[in-house]
Structure formats: structure tokens, C-alpha cells
Design a protein around this ligand. Structure first.
Ligand SMILES: Cc1cc2nc3c(=O)[nH]c(=O)nc-3n(C[C@H](O)[C@H](O)[C@H](O)COP(=O)(O)OP(=O)(O)OC[C@H]3O[C@@H](n4cnc5c(N)ncnc54)[C@H](O)[C@@H]3O)c2cc1C
Length: 322
């Protein structure tokens, strides 16, 4: 029986990282969003999740809609991934649009559904609004949400980190990184980074946090496989990540040939991941965009696709992942 009541195999993610580190193994994790249509949902549970389950992830996570729009669905999906597939799943939670009382009730529901892990985020202001304004009796910064969840107890807490600095932070990236340390000091157990395309940004971020500020929490790189020029230009403009010149030139050359861009995206992400793991990253958090194929191919290329050596315990047709 889990701490929250629901019967699941869900574990605290801080323990997953600690144990993997002791074994010298990376933790592979997957981020999903809540599907927008009934067909999307059917495809997700019937094809995407089983295909990615076979990759034996340490855990997966489910985003929280911009503006807090689908907060109920985040919990439903986390609960279903845990119950039906035996995964550990983490719910993202933002400060947008919720007073502390509502967040408190949402946390109670999460705990009752067997959720043991929360990614505590501030969230973004609605489109067209420049400055984030906290709701009355809500939280202005993610560190306040982290403190609130920690005081309640019962969850392992992750937070967001920005290897290039958060796009709103005018004081520079080192100031943003010191604020990230504040989130850890308030009770966060691990950090997942925003997507980036130049690993040197991650190493600089890690050296500053772990080396200079003495942060011991896992700093987990977030990696996205590029699927089309349109998509990646949109994402990077929204989150402030930069596209290095070598990558930009190749993307320009491939233009609107989405199939060629996607093949190149897999190659690029595989190189990124291999280098990150070789240089000691605690794992990789994949922004899957609810697609299994590119992720399986990246893992195959870096020697982490376990399908080549099936577990002797696996029963044919067994739906659970672990
Ligand atoms: C892994 C990951 C998952 C994400 N998932 C989601 C999701 O599911 N749903 C969603 O809506 N968004 C999501 N986001 C986006 C995130 O909500 C935005 O990037 C948001 O703008 C910042 O969130 P934060 O938690 O980093 O905020 P914070 O840590 O609060 O930082 C926000 C800004 O405030 C500044 N700041 C922090 N503390 C202080 C302080 N004490 N004084 C002054 N300034 C301060 C920071 O430097 C930064 O510029 C995700 C991002 C990542 C990296």
C-alpha cells in the first residue's frame, strides 16, 4: 500500500536516483502531456506507453496545462500510469491560477490517488501577458510552492532548472542558478533542466551549482528529439533555449523535409545523450511529446534500449512495466 492509500508500486524519485547512483546506472525518464483528443488518448495508452514501458524507465512525468487548465487530467493520467502500467509517475504542478487552499486540496487528492512525486513549478503567464502575477493568496515563485509541499509532507519534490538561465531573469544566469539553489534549500530533491542543444551549457550550469554552490541534488538534463523545424523554432522561442549555429545551419539545410529533420533530430539527441552520460549526468529526462519511436531509437543508439535482452521474468502480454 502506498503512503497515500492507493495500491501502487510508485516510489519516491529521490530514492530512484540515490539507488541508481549507488549502482552506477543512469535513470531514464519520460515526460508526457495529457492527450487532447479521444483518439490521441487511445493511441497513447495502447501504443505509446507500452512501447516506452519496454525501455524500463525509472519514472515518467505528466505536465500541468498552461494556466492550470487540465490539472484534474494530470492527476488522472498519473494515477492510471501507476495503476495500469506499474510505473512511478510524477505530477507537474504550477502556481498559476490557484490559491494556496486549492493547491492544498489538489495535494490531498494526489496523495489519495497514490501520487508520491511532484514537479513544483511557477508556470508561465498567459499568452500576451508579460509579467507573472500570482493569484490572491497564491505563490509568486516556485520556491514558495516547494516550501508549502515540503511542510505538508508525503512527496518527493522536483524543480525546474535552466542551463542558459531563465528567460525572465535580467540579472544573468548565475543569479537564476542561485535562485535554483533556494528551491533546493526549501526542500526540492532533484532538478530537471529545460531543453538545451549545447552540452557546454549543462556542464557550466552543473559546475556552478555542484562545484561552487555545493548542491548535491541530481541535476538531470532534459533532452528533446527535434521533430521538425517549425516545432523546434516554436519551442525555443517559448522557453528561451538557443539553437547553436552548427545546429541552425543543418536545420536550415533540411528545411521543411520533416522526415529528414526527424532522422537528424534522433542522431543529434543520441550524440547529446551519449556525451552527457559519459560525463556523469545522473540520467536523461526525455521530452517525449507523446511519441515512442524517436526515443526508442535514441536509446538503441546509446546502448540503453533493453529490448535486445528481454527480462527472463517477462510474461508475454504482460502490461505492467516493472
Ligand atoms: C522540466 C520542466 C517542466 C515543466 N513543466 C511545466 C508544466 O507542466 N506546466 C507549465 O505550465 N510549465 C512547465 N514548465 C515551464 C515553467 O513553468 C516555466 O519555465 C516558468 O516560467 C518558470 O518556472 P520555475 O518553476 O522555474 O519558476 P521560478 O523558479 O519561480 O522562477 C521564475 C523566475 O523568477 C525568478 N525568481 C525566482 N526566485 C526569485 C526571487 N526570490 N526573487 C526574484 N526573482 C526570483 C527566476 O530567476 C525566474 O526568472 C516546465 C519547465 C521545465 C524546465
Amino acid at each position: 500500500m502506498s503512503a497515500g492509500g492507493q495500491d501502487t508500486n510508485a516510489r519516491f524519485i529521490r530514492d530512484i536516483y540515490r539507488e541508481a547512483q549507488a549502482r552506477g546506472e543512469p535513470v531514464i525518464s519520460f515526460e508526457f502531456f495529457t492527450p487532447k483528443t479521444p483518439q490521441g488518448e487511445a493511441n497513447f495508452y495502447e501504443r505509446v506507453v507500452p512501447a516506452l514501458c519496454a525501455m524500463r524507465p525509472g519514472y515518467c512525468s505528466v505536465t500541468y496545462g498552461a494556466g492550470g487548465s487540465n490539472r484534474g487530467r494530470t492527476l488522472e493520467m498519473v494515477e492510471r500510469l501507476q495503476r495500469e502500467f506499474g510505473l512511478t509517475a510524477m505530477a507537474h504542478l504550477t502556481c498559476v491560477g490557484s490559491a494556496s487552499g486549492e493547491i492544498s486540496r489538489w495535494l490531498d487528492r494526489a496523495a489519495a490517488a497514490g501520487v508520491r512525486n511532484i514537479l513544483a513549478l511557477r508556470g508561465d503567464p498567459p499568452q500576451g501577458v508579460k509579467r507573472f502575477e500570482p493569484p490572491p493568496d497564491g505563490f509568486r515563485y516556485a520556491y514558495e510552492l516547494v516550501r508549502f509541499i515540503r511542510e505538508r509532507g508525503g512527496f518527493s519534490i522536483g524543480v525546474a532548472g535552466f542551463p542558459e538561465g531563465h528567460m525572465e531573469c535580467r540579472e544573468g544566469k548565475e543569479t537564476d542558478w542561485r535562485r535554483l539553489k533556494e528551491k533546493i534549500d526549501c526542500g526540492a530533491d532533484f532538478v530537471i533542466t529545460q531543453l538545451f542543444f549545447d552540452n557546454r551549457d549543462y556542464y557550466e550550469f552543473r559546475d556552478y551549482l555542484a562545484g561552487k554552490l555545493g548542491v548535491a541534488a541530481p541535476l538531470v538534463p532534459g533532452v528533446i528529439p527535434i521533430m521538425s523545424n517549425r516545432q523546434i523554432r516554436r519551442f525555443t522561442s517559448l522557453c528561451g533555449a538557443s539553437i547553436p549555429p552548427r545546429l541552425a545551419r543543418e536545420l536550415d539545410r533540411l528545411g521543411d523535409d520533416d522526415a529528414a529533420v526527424a532522422r537528424f533530430g534522433v542522431e543529434y539527441a543520441a550524440e547529446q545523450c551519449a556525451d552527457l552520460l559519459r560525463r556523469g549526468a545522473p540520467g536523461i529526462h526525455f521530452y517525449t511529446l507523446n511519441k515512442a519511436k524517436p526515443i526508442r531509437e535514441i536509446l538503441r543508439r546509446i546502448g540503453l534500449n533493453p529490448e535486445a535482452a528481454p527480462s527472463p521474468d517477462a510474461e508475454p502480454g504482460d502490461k505492467a512495466c516493472q
